[in-house]
Design a binder for this molecule. Structure first.
Ligand SMILES: Nc1nc(=O)c2c([nH]1)NC[C@@H]1CN(c3ccc(C(=O)N[C@@H](CCC(=O)O)C(=O)O)cc3)C=[N+]21
Length: 303
């Protein structure tokens, strides 16, 4: 059986980050200013803490100004809103990311709507959602995980995805829906599948491109996937790994990788696939936001 190409998300993310580091240095040279990223974390979820630390480190490695605000889990909604308002006004900050999920007593959509769309590097504000959906990607900020997934697809298949059948499994606002919008804009024929989809295996079988973003470990089975298809696995699920010792865990995606790898054309691993690209695209969005807020011409787009 031919082996699939394993799409090296880490390496592609590193090349994107090198490019951004270079562009940030040019910006500093030209204006004396650095792109500024503020990450807000409410609560002590250990996984979130790891991601926030990684974002902060990546921003510093790119030569950005980076600030991290860690608030106690019982911080009031009013205090979170006040911090966002302050960051909206802060001239040194061009990108604001409020780590999700927020604690239950805070209205997520209220917080996301308060972020200035120009600083919304997550692309979750309704203005950016609308621009992307309307096909005005060039003036929007696009959510990092779908943007990174599209970069991986283009590095694998080339710039033209036109006419390919794409199935997105999952309909979340942060991945599934924006991913479908991006693929539609690339002239793919897009199907959005989800937990209520009838005969999911048959739907997946028709796809040249499968994007799995359901958040269920290894739910997409290898024999559902058309031979030669390109698979982007967005899932990052921590599951028990007794074979590694008692209490140990390992990360798996939403695709049964070992079943799929023998006959698909290309597939992203977990870890080392979409995750590192998400962080690279956050850096790209922060640089884009900084240039727009400074009224400078756009850098060449990454995808
Ligand atoms: N407002 C908001 N924006 C986000 O973008 C956001 C968020 N909230 N909440 C949490 C999720 C999760 N997320 C990840 C980013 C990078 C990796 C990543 O780099 N993963 C590596 C390492 C995984 C590991 O070892 O734990 C990999 O897949 O290779 C994972 C997950 C961004 N998120």
């Amino acid at each position: 059986m031919p082996q699939a190409q394993i799409i090296d998300g880490k390496e592609i993310a590193n090349s994107v980050r090198d490019d951004i580091t270079h562009r940030a240095a040019q910006l500093l040279e030209a204006t004396g200013k650095r792109p500024g990223l503020a990450v807000v974390l409410v609560g002590e979820d250990p996984a979130s803490q790891v991601y926030v630390r990684n974002k902060d480190r990546a921003a510093e490695a790119c030569g950005f100004h980076s600030v991290k605000h860690t608030l106690a889990a019982d911080t009031s909604e009013a205090d979170v809103l006040a911090l966002v308002s302050q960051l909206n006004e802060d001239e040194e900050i061009h990108g604001i990311l409020v780590q999700l999920p927020l604690p239950g007593h805070i209205d997520e959509s209220k917080v996301l709507r308060l972020i200035r769309p120009e600083k919304d590097v997550d692309g979750f504000h309704p203005v950016n959602v609308g621009l992307l959906t309307a096909g005005e990607r060039a003036s929007a900020l696009v959510p990092c995980t779908p943007a990174g997934s599209l970069v991986l697809l283009k590095r694998t298949l080339g710039d033209t995805l036109s006419g390919l059948n794409a199935v997105v499994v999952g309909r979340s606002n942060i991945v599934g829906k924006p991913m479908a919008s991006l693929l539609l804009q690339e002239s793919c024929t897009v199907t959005i599948a989800h937990s209520r989809t009838k005969d999911l295996p048959a739907i997946v079988k028709a796809a040249d491109i499968v994007v799995a973003a359901v958040g269920r470990p290894e739910m997409v089975k290898g024999d559902w996937i058309k031979p030669g298809a390109t698979v982007i696995d967005v899932g990052i699920n921590r599951i028990p790994a007794p074979e590694k010792g008692e209490g140990k865990t390992r990360l798996v995606g939403d695709v049964a990788f070992d079943q799929a790898v023998d006959h698909v054309g290309a597939i992203t691993p977990v870890p080392g696939g979409v995750g590192p690209m998400t962080i690279a695209m956050l850096m790209a969005n922060t640089l884009t936001a900084a240039r727009r807020l400074m009224n400078l011409p756009e850098d060449q787009a990454l995808f």
